[in-house]
Design a protein around this ligand. Structure first.
Ligand code: NAD
Length: 357
């Protein structure tokens, strides 16, 4: 069994790192890694020498039985793969399911790691959570770098500085990590979410939970939020506007799986924000939580910096790759038995993730 790890074209991460490969590599499980695939994550080819064969992309495509990548391969590359190859990546079929037909047309199988169910058993394979946690942490550091002020309170001989006020919209995995990081840096933090379960988690991190009554019931949504009524969103926006006017930093992470992200910061709210304040919009790739966000751009509106970036995990590539790789290892352990690939469709995790099944 050969497992291929190609170099990512638009991402600094690598899907598997040497320390993780070591735990599964054997005479029956051989890793093929593309030249320089780990270099942007500070993992040069030499770090793979004990556990993998370094080779070129074409060899991986011809020889590998399983190919693991952070981002899906280009459509044009699918025809270069061996029939029956299993591709493991983040295909996001809930955004665009055309990938399923494309894989099938080329005789390929696809596992989408973002389709793994949100159960305790599958938690160790939950790539969405591990990458969201990295993004939440990096969002706060990015905001701190752009803010013309301190985060913590400072009492110095040259005068006192009051702590920054941080508002976090969406207190899921990314939001909670942003809250924890902003608190560690000494700022005052408030947070919003539509899921009732978030209140206790936010408060346990020392932040204030801002409640808006009347959110839609999400108990059957498997840990995901559901779309809210226009009336609720209107009330929520009004409440957010009051807080946004006083905030120095706003981190937005609110997502509804498979849908456009809800607009929580319309232009009129940004108009009320202080000059020099910073918005980091982690939902920018799905339309953004801020009306003025542009994905992968920094927009300056009346002195407010709006940073649209949904790919912050790629900005901390080494640890992000390690976590991604550990998630993959836990999935591989489930599908590799004695060096052979066994896709047991009775297994709930495999059944959910195998999009070509
Ligand atoms: P996500 O990335 O889909 O969404 C981010 C957050 O935005 C969520 O907390 C969501 O409730 C919130 N949101 C959506 N619409 C909003 C709105 N209009 N206003 C304010 N907030 C809004 O979610 P996520 O961070 O991946 O996960 C959410 C939760 O799911 C986690 O906190 C956790 O409790 C649970 N979870 C469980 C498992 C598991 O058990 N294996 C794994 C991952 C997540």
């Amino acid at each position: 069994m050969k497992i291929g790890i190609p170099k990512e074209s638009q991402d600094n991460r690598i899907a598997m790192v040497p320390a993780t490969m070591k735990k599964i590599a054997s005479e029956q499980v051989i890793f093929l890694v593309e030249n320089n695939a780990g270099v942007n994550a500070s993992l040069p080819d030499t770090t793979f020498s004990e556990v993998a064969t370094i080779t070129d992309r074409a060899t991986i495509f011809q020889d590998a039985d399983i190919i693991v990548s952070v981002n899906p391969l280009e459509d044009a590359e699918l025809s270069k793969l061996k029939k029956g190859t299993l591709l493991i990546s983040m295909f996001a079929p809930y955004v665009d399911d055309s990938i399923i037909g494309k894989l099938k047309d080329h005789g390929l199988q696809g596992v989408s790691m973002d389709m793994i169910p949100r159960t305790s058993l599958a938690q160790a394979m939950d790539i969405l959570s591990s990458m969201a946690a990295v993004a939440g942490y990096k969002a706060v550091l990015t905001a701190a770098n752009h803010l013309p002020r301190y985060f913590p309170m400072m009492i110095t001989a040259a005068g006192s500085i009051r702590p920054a006020k941080v508002l976090v919209l969406g207190a899921g995995v990314a939001g909670l990590q942003a809250i924890a990081t902003a608190r560690r840096l000494g700022s005052m933090v408030e947070a919003f979410d539509v899921r009732k379960a978030a209140k206790e988690e936010v408060e346990s991190l020392g932040a204030k939970f801002v409640e808006v009554e009347g959110a839609a019931d999400d108990s059957a949504a498997g840990g995901y939020a559901v779309e809210q009524s226009e009336e609720f969103i209107k009330r929520q926006r009004a409440e957010v506007q009051n807080r946004a006017a006083k905030a120095d930093v706003i981190i937005t992470t609110a997502q509804v799986r498979g849908r456009k992200a809800p607009i929580l910061l319309p232009k009129e709210t940004v108009d009320k924000m202080k000059t020099g304040s910073v918005v980091v919009d982690l939902a920018s790739s799905t339309g953004g939580n801020c009306e003025l966000s542009k994905d992968n751009e920094i927009v300056i509106h009346n002195g407010v910096k709006i940073i649209g970036n949904s790919a912050l995990a790629s900005d901390m590539p080494q640890d992000a790759s390690t976590l991604f790789s550990n998630n993959i290892l836990n999935f591989l352990k489930l599908i590799i038995k004695d060096g052979e690939m066994v896709l047991d469709m009775e297994n709930e995790i495999i059944k959910s993730a195998l999009i070509t099944g």
